[in-house]
Design a protein around this ligand. Structure first.
Ligand SMILES: C[S@@+](CC[C@H](N)C(=O)[O-])C[C@H]1O[C@@H](n2cnc3c(N)ncnc32)[C@H](O)[C@@H]1O
Length: 475
């Protein structure tokens, strides 16, 4: 049980300034924090993706080495932890954060993150944040930031969690959600998928809150995982026959020779396993035509096309968004992939004409939150139902496009039951498709539960939380 700390009496809560006071100073000499702050602003104002904005900023400003590493840690960390940071900052401010200027709030989050979750000394975290605020907003805002952050220093992270989280005994999911900086509804969805509220949920949320390794996939037929590991200094992955892991923060993997020369792609090991599983299910009769029904930007299509080429099959790829179809063509290079721009639900491709079909359906992406720092606070519970409807329709279309006896892999990067077993059970019932024991096609991978589907987890497998179910169209 969590003991709630009795809070020491505090000085009056600081009031945020209503408007700028005093002249702004020239930019501070703190390129790492300035880059982090500018990225937070882009994410807040323009709904940008931090992992697209920050690398560009670092490149343009020629920020490298330790400064680049610090900027990355502070940016991604502040975004991941936003809900927890905001709960703490709310406790330290006399008015709702919605009334605090957005630029000041970005800086406060950056400062609070340093205080609660890094080893940056408290005085440096406060002073550097106050400098950033002064440079951008003037001395009134700087005074407000200083007062709020000084109050944050009153406790460490655990102390604040005990204060702002729901009681662990009466609301274990709410407590774990706050302690591990996840929205409650996502922690609830994880708990339902895990069938547990206790240790497994905590382990899953902790792993989801940790910066992941970069995963590479050696291109089948071009390079082995041993060769790729030797070329990149990485480690051969534990489960995927093509996988290599690189340390988190090993730089932009797009700069690696192996990636530039198309010997490897950047791809989560879980995605590799799902694509390979589709190719392993036994088939009676021809095995010549494969289809990727939701293919952009082409990660799994490249893996499938490489394997298809080795086994004498061909790959068609459907993608609804034209710019993502272009990405497939670009990723394919000289691999023969027939790319079709269109809706997978009515692709116009002949029914019953494919031997294997992948449906890597659009989803909430709750399984890849560790790779998209801001995503967990953007997604809403109301996103789930329309996606689940689309997923059912796409899976139904796939079972029409595959020939009798052919195999469909339904894959999502989410453990949410409405997107996973809910979709598969419903479509299998309505179409009469046979659900295969998918675990057989993930050889050597432990902790796959009772089947027949496979749910991977960051805390168990070191992969994104990918879901995969193989179905066979009745002969
Ligand atoms: C999860 S992503 C696929 C990732 C891809 N398989 C890979 O490994 O790189 C889902 C893709 O489906 C596309 N999509 C969304 N609705 C679609 C539809 N109705 N038909 C076909 N593609 C669709 C999205 O644009 C997105 O590119």
């Amino acid at each position: 049980m969590t003991q709630r700390s009795s809070r020491p009496s505090r000085p009056d809560r600081p009031h945020p300034p209503r408007r700028r006071t005093g002249p702004a100073r020239p930019p501070v000499e703190d390129p790492a924090r300035q880059a982090a702050l500018d990225t937070l602003r882009a994410v807040r104002q323009r709904d940008s993706y931090a992992n697209l904005v920050l690398p560009g900023l670092l490149r343009d400003r020629r920020i490298t080495g330790r400064d680049a590493a610090l900027a990355t840690e502070l940016t991604y960390g502040s975004l991941r932890a936003q809900g927890l940071l905001d709960a703490v900052l709310t406790s330290c401010s006399d008015r709702p954060l919605s009334e605090v200027d957005g630029a000041v709030l970005d800086a406060l989050r950056l400062g609070a993150y340093q205080l609660l979750r890094t080893r940056v000394p408290a005085h440096a975290a406060v002073a550097s944040t106050v400098d950033l605020v002064r440079a951008a907003m003037g001395s009134g805002a700087a005074g407000f930031a200083n007062a709020v952050l000084r109050r944050v220093t009153a406790q460490d992270e655990q102390g604040w969690v005990d204060e702002v989280a729901p009681d662990e005994e009466t609301d274990p999911i709410g407590y774990q959600a706050m302690a591990n900086a996840h929205p409650r509804w996502i922690a609830q969805a994880f708990a339902e998928a895990l069938g547990s509220r206790g240790e497994p949920l905590r382990d899953a949320l902790v792993a989801d809150d940790t910066r992941p390794a970069v995963h590479l996939a050696a291109r089948p037929g071009q390079c082995s995982s041993d060769e790729l590991a030797a070329m990149t200094g990485g480690d051969v992955a534990p489960y995927s026959p093509y996988g290599v892991h690189l340390e988190p923060g090993s730089g932009d993997p797009g700069d690696l020779d192996a990636v530039r020369e198309r010997l490897a792609t950047v791809q989560d090991e879980g995605s590799q396993l799902c694509a390979v599983a589709l190719t392993k299910a036994p088939l009676e009769g021809p095995d010549e035509r494969w289809l990727d029904l939701c293919a952009g930007p082409g990660g799994k299509a490249v893996m499938l096309a490489s394997l298809a080429t080795l086994s004498g099959a061909s790959l068609d790829a459907v993608e609804k968004a034209p710019h993502r179809a272009d990405l497939i063509r670009k990723a394919a290079g000289d691999l023969p992939i027939a790319v079709h721009v269109g809706d997978g639900r009515e692709s116009g491709l002949p029914a019953g004409s494919f031997d294997r079909v992948l449906v890597d359906a659009p989803c909430t992406g709750l399984g890849a939150l560790r790779r998209r720092p801001e995503a967990r606070w953007r997604r809403q519970p109301s996103d789930v139902a329309p996606l689940a409807r689309l997923q059912r329709e796409l899976l139904t279309a796939a079972l029409e496009l595959v020939r009798p006896g052919g195999v469909v892999a339904y894959v999502v990067c989410s453990p949410h039951l409405s997107e996973t077993v809910g979709v598969v059970a419903d479509v299998a019932r309505r179409t009469g498709a046979e659900r295969l024991d998918t675990r057989e096609f993930f050889p050597g991978v432990p902790d796959l539960g009772d089947g027949p589907q496979v749910q991977l987890w960051p805390h168990l497998h070191g992969t994104d939380a990918m879901f995969c179910a193989l179905l066979r169209r009745p002969a």
